[in-house]
Design a protein around this ligand. Structure first.
Ligand code: 13P
Length: 248
């Protein structure tokens, strides 16, 4: 039985005031039991969020980390630094990192090793573009991303995969529950072929325009184990409703 996981990816949004307000609303109404919950603010808001969430059911994660442990890497943040701050999670390989920072599967694999070594729980993102889906390459692209990031890794217990079709991110277009379920089942089949991965225990989240209005249907699918939420995670009411859908 995989516990539903709902993660808010706040991307490059927020201020000290808005973080305090949003987390205040979330923490006040978070259900005592049900979906596991994490929020991923920007690096500069991590310490504030960790302090606010201390002792609550909400864990805090980062949106990226360096592949390197320490040293002369200006602008980077290491996995150890995140753990030292009190982070539990890190998102790696988000399509916006792949697109705007030219992150390759090989780089994501290095970041994954660093994050696992530091003791972080990792959410690895995969997903095809609209062109790739339209040309029938979606499964091949996702399989390649999974292999590229996960093959040869040690210690992948607790790994989480997020399927985020690029065409559904921030567009209001959501994969239908059936489309998403088909890809999630395919991802689980790919995972079962990788050494060191317990495919049945690995949670596969869906991401891409998840909101209160579609979360129930998505979570009802056999291989959808939760959501990685962007825009709707910035609205406490929407986010709490998605968390509530995960508890059903
Ligand atoms: P939206 O929910 O805004 O589509 O973003 C999804 C996403 O990229 C989460 O990581």
């Amino acid at each position: 039985m995989r516990q539903t996981l709902v993660v808010g990816n706040w991307k490059m949004n927020g201020s000290r005031a808005s973080v305090a307000h949003l987390l205040g609303e979330i923490l006040e109404a978070i259900p005592a039991s049900g979906a596991e919950v994490a929020v991923c603010p920007s690096y500069v808001h991590l310490a504030q969020a960790i302090e606010l969430c201390a002792g609550s059911a909400v864990a805090v994660g980062a949106q990226d980390c360096s592949r390197m442990p320490a040293g002369a890497y200006t602008g980077e943040v290491s996995a150890d630094m995140l753990v030292d701050q009190g982070c539990r999670w890190v998102i790696l390989g988000h399509s916006e990192r792949r697109q705007y920072h030219a992150e390759s599967d090989a780089l994501i694999a290095e970041k994954l090793s660093a994050a696992v070594a530091a003791g972080l729980q990792v959410i690895v993102c995969v997903g095809e573009t609209r062109e790739q889906r339209e040309s029938g390459e979606a499964e091949a692209v996702v399989a390649g991303q999974l292999r590229g990031a996960l093959q040869g890794q040690e210690n992948l217990a607790g790994l989480v995969v997020a399927y985020e079709p690029v065409w559904a991110i921030g567009t209001g277009l959501t994969a239908s529950p059936e489309q998403a379920q088909a890809m999630h089942a395919f991802i689980r089949a790919c995972l079962s072929g990788l050494a060191g991965v317990d495919a049945d225990a690995t949670r596969v989240l869906y991401g891409g325009s998840v909101k209160a209005g579609n979360a129930n249907q998505l979570f009802a699918q056999q291989d959808i184990d939760g959501a990685l939420v962007g825009g709707a995670a910035l609205d406490a009411g929407e986010f709490l409703a998605i968390v509530g859908a995960g508890a059903a």
